[in-house]
Design a protein around this ligand. Structure first.
Ligand code: BDR
Ligand code: CA
Length: 309
């Protein structure tokens, strides 16, 4: 059997983060989960990661990380994910405490002990930036830093120009993109192609396991946000796409591009500026940017993960 890619999943659960954790537990070899302040505060994202670990009966370690961005004021997305981050779901409190409160040390030490890991950040990039600042050689030891955030083509969700994970900590995103690491960007231009709605909620209900029921609840809550705030019947499965980019890269179309992060800007702070000038550009590519995905296959793999876990 083919070996699963080994990853550290850096997250801020978060409803789509919860689906990413389930997707990772099924299709990747998870060396550990690190948590960061983002969708909700660090104590909540950490508690949610621990609750999801228990739900999955998984044994990967959970390490708590940064409780605030490098410089930006903390930002939350409680209106999307609910005040607790998981739509008020009734999951048992975590059986265990975090394995440590030093996610940065965990990232540094684990990437020293095992070269070739993929770092998969699906929240603000604060932990990854702090780890790179403390140990720049991480860049040479990892197989990739595959992050969900930003967008090609100037698409935003927090502002007209900026996506949540980058807007929450643009300085951290800049550290990552200028680090010389093998970086892959899974932006809104890609994740908007992977939509879930009523059909997937019903499929999760029909699975009739604790994981299936929990995911059905989360999808119901998520769909309600999309209906009431955006007037759509389906919502984007952002974060699982970053997992699939590592575990199933053949589903994706990538292009090498130069990507900058706007850290100033009156209207554009947090925007990812993707250079699409091709041969006319004098800038070296620093990022693999995902443009296309087999959307149906992606949804099928996420749903299969829910069913198998
Ligand atoms: C990203 O923002 C968060 O709210 C989601 O969890 C995802 O990581 C999408 O912009
Ligand atoms: Ca997230």
């Amino acid at each position: 059997m083919e070996q699963k890619p080994r990853i550290i999943l850096d997250c801020d659960p978060g409803i789509d983060d919860a689906f990413a954790i389930v997707t990772a537990a099924r299709w990747a070899d998870v060396a550990g989960i690190t948590t960061v302040s983002g969708n909700v505060s660090l104590d909540r994202t950490t508690a949610n990661a621990l609750r999801l670990r228990s739900l999955l009966n998984a044994d990967f370690p959970v390490h708590a990380g940064a409780d605030k961005p490098l410089e930006a004021p903390p930002l939350s997305a409680g209106h999307v994910h609910g005040e607790c981050g998981l739509g008020g779901i009734d999951l048992p409190p975590p059986a265990k405490t975090p394995d440590s409160f030093d996610a940065i040390e965990f990232i540094i030490e684990t990437t020293k002990n095992e070269e070739g890991l993929h770092l998969v950040p699906i929240g603000p990039l604060t932990n990854i930036a702090l780890a790179l600042q403390a140990d720049p050689n991480i860049s040479r030891r990892v197989a990739s830093i595959t992050f969900m955030g930003g967008s090609a083509g100037g698409l935003g969700n927090v502002t007209a120009a900026a996506e949540f994970n980058i807007f929450a900590d643009p300085e951290a995103a800049e550290v990552v993109l200028t680090s010389g690491s093998p970086v892959t960007m899974i932006g809104l231009n890609l994740t908007h192609q992977v939509q879930v709605g009523k059909k997937e909620t019903e499929n999760c209900h029909a699975i009739d396991t604790p994981v299936g029921s929990a995911m059905a609840y989360l999808l119901d809550f998520y769909a309600e946000f999309y209906r009431s705030h955006l007037g759509t019947d389906t919502g984007s499965m952002h974060d699982p796409c970053a997992i699939l980019a590592v575990t199933h890269p053949d589903l994706f179309g990538f292009e090498k591009r130069h990507v900058d992060v706007e850290t100033g800007g009156k209207h554009t702070r947090g925007m990812t500026l993707v250079d699409e000038r091709g041969q006319g550009s004098d800038l070296e590519p620093n990022c693999e940017v995902a443009y296309t995905i087999d959307s149906q296959k992606a949804v099928d793999l996420i749903m299969q993960a829910v069913a198998d876990m």
